[in-house]
Design a protein around this ligand. Structure first.
Ligand code: CO
Length: 471
């Protein structure tokens, strides 16, 4: 779309959001739904429904009650303001001008507070926004998770900083776009993705979108001096895509063939990006192929040296470029700031200063510009307050699921070394994908791992892996 198309696009989005909301909350729909289920007790009122049909009715009821809390004009206004704000944000980021974005952010924060009021909450207004993206999560639980993470990560980071810096300059030489796309396709060709049902393209920010389990599309981003970033993006987005492809196609169009939540979705992308894509076994398989493709760059660089460079840990300003150890600290910064913005403890015009202070406190560095600070992410301009914590939850879940996977497949790394990935896809499909929305986050974790969600497996993974690499 040319930039001049923005205003009319904004109107289209607002109109469509309003129409979709109208259908989802229509009186006719409500009438039929109340014949099937009691809204207050979730008791199914009709006899003879299958287990799957009962689950669908329950989930339709959840969706209806949530959507019905928002008045239709509010939904239209929200999408109008955020569609406009996203355009302004992009300009403000380019010009490094927080002033330009601030009035829009003021409006969005105020709309998000209203949204929280509509949804209702008992403890903190942020609870209402957080549970929109992850129904099983509360501000209190999330705060405890971040405390647990900080307790483990901060000392680990301190130890790593005291070590000799890893040399990684060979990872930051120029690889042209066409070559990088070739590498992306090569990598994808080894992953267990059905070619007929998926495709890869280029975009300025990587994403994954599925129209159907048989129509899954992913994109990657090319930075000439960061070919590895491109490969990890492909692994990440392929993970999202494999989740959508693993949903039970026979139930398509119902909650039984929908993903559980954003956190569980992110657990699948982080799984392929970090649990598999950052394993030594994976690089034992893929590095020789990469070396052959980039002889000028990687000739004479041993697998061990490459692997260490790919795991360089250093606090940085940009979340999407952060290493595994510091990544969740970036999320923590956003979690605390958005909690304060929504709760009223922080005013929008004080955000840049508060951002820098939080970065200093949590990561020990201060970004030189707002472009590398509070203007870096698109999320707030889209009104997605409460979204960021799902990134961290995805990391924790991936680590917790993986413990169980490694028990079921103790030889997983030997198989990965040989380029065998399909057994991983099958395990994930059986344990997570095929259930659709049968279980919520808390239930699926319990079902797969036998334990409640915890940050401990993730912390144990970081400690073990990075102690071996660094300490
Ligand atoms: Co993702």
């Amino acid at each position: 779309m040319p930039p001049g198309g923005n205003p009319s696009r904004t109107q289209q989005i607002s109109l469509l959001s309003g129409l979709i909301h109208q259908e989802r909350t229509s009186r006719t729909f409500k009438k039929w739904l109340t014949k099937l289920i009691s809204f207050s007790t979730e008791r199914i009122k009709v006899k003879g429904l299958s287990r799957g049909e009962k689950i669908n009715v329950r989930e339709w009821c959840h969706d209806f009650l949530r959507q019905d809390k928002l008045p239709n004009p509010f939904v239209k206004q929200f999408s109008q303001v955020t569609a406009e704000a996203a355009q302004i944000w992009s300009l403000a980021k380019k010009q490094n001008s927080f002033k330009l974005f601030a009035p829009f952010l003021e409006k969005i924060v105020s709309l998000c507070r209203q949204k929280a009021e509509f949804f209702g909450f008992s403890d903190h207004p942020y609870d209402a926004l957080l549970s929109y993206f992850e129904p099983c999560m509360t501000t209190k639980k999330m705060t405890a998770i971040f405390e647990g993470l900080q307790k483990e990560i901060k000392p680990l980071l301190k130890k790593i900083k005291a070590e000799h810096p890893v040399s990684a300059s060979f990872l930051h030489r120029n690889v042209p776009e066409a070559k990088q796309m070739e590498l992306a396709h090569l990598l994808l060709s080894y992953l267990p993705m059905e070619k007929a049902y998926s495709r890869l393209d280029l975009s300025s920010h990587p994403f994954s979108i599925a129209m159907h389990p048989h129509d899954s599309r992913i994109t990657t981003r090319i930075v000439p001096k960061d070919f590895l970033g491109n490969l990890f993006s492909v692994l990440h987005e392929a993970g999202h895509s494999l989740y959508e492809m693993g949903l039970p196609i026979e139930s398509w169009g119902t909650p039984l063939a929908e993903s559980i939540s954003l956190s569980v979705h992110e657990s699948q992308s982080r799984w392929w990006e970090t649990r598999i894509g950052r394993s030594y076994g994976f690089w034992k398989f893929f590095y020789p192929k990469l070396q052959k493709e980039l002889p000028g760059l990687l000739k004479g660089v041993s697998l061990k040296k490459f692997y260490a460079a790919a795991h360089k840990v250093k606090p940085s300003f940009i979340r999407v470029d952060a290493d595994e150890v510091t990544y969740n600290l970036h999320v923590l910064v956003r979690f605390e700031l958005e909690k304060d913005l929504i709760g009223g403890a922080l005013a929008v015009h004080d955000l840049p200063e508060a951002w820098n202070a939080k970065m200093k406190e949590v990561l020990g560095i201060v970004p030189p510009t707002d472009r590398e600070g509070c203007l870096q992410d698109i999320h707030w301009s889209l009104g997605d307050f409460g979204y960021f914590p799902t990134y961290t939850l995805g990391n924790l879940l991936a680590a917790q699921f993986f413990l169980r996977f490694a028990k079921d497949h103790p030889d997983w790394e030997e198989r990965v070394c040989k380029g065998d990935f399909d057994f991983i896809r099958i395990w994930l499909r059986d344990k997570v994908h095929r259930a659709g929305r049968t279980y919520n986050l808390d239930e699926i974790v319990k079902k797969v791992t036998g334990k409640p969600l915890s940050e401990a497996p993730f912390c144990a993974y970081l400690k073990k892996k990075y102690s071996a690499l660094y300490l």
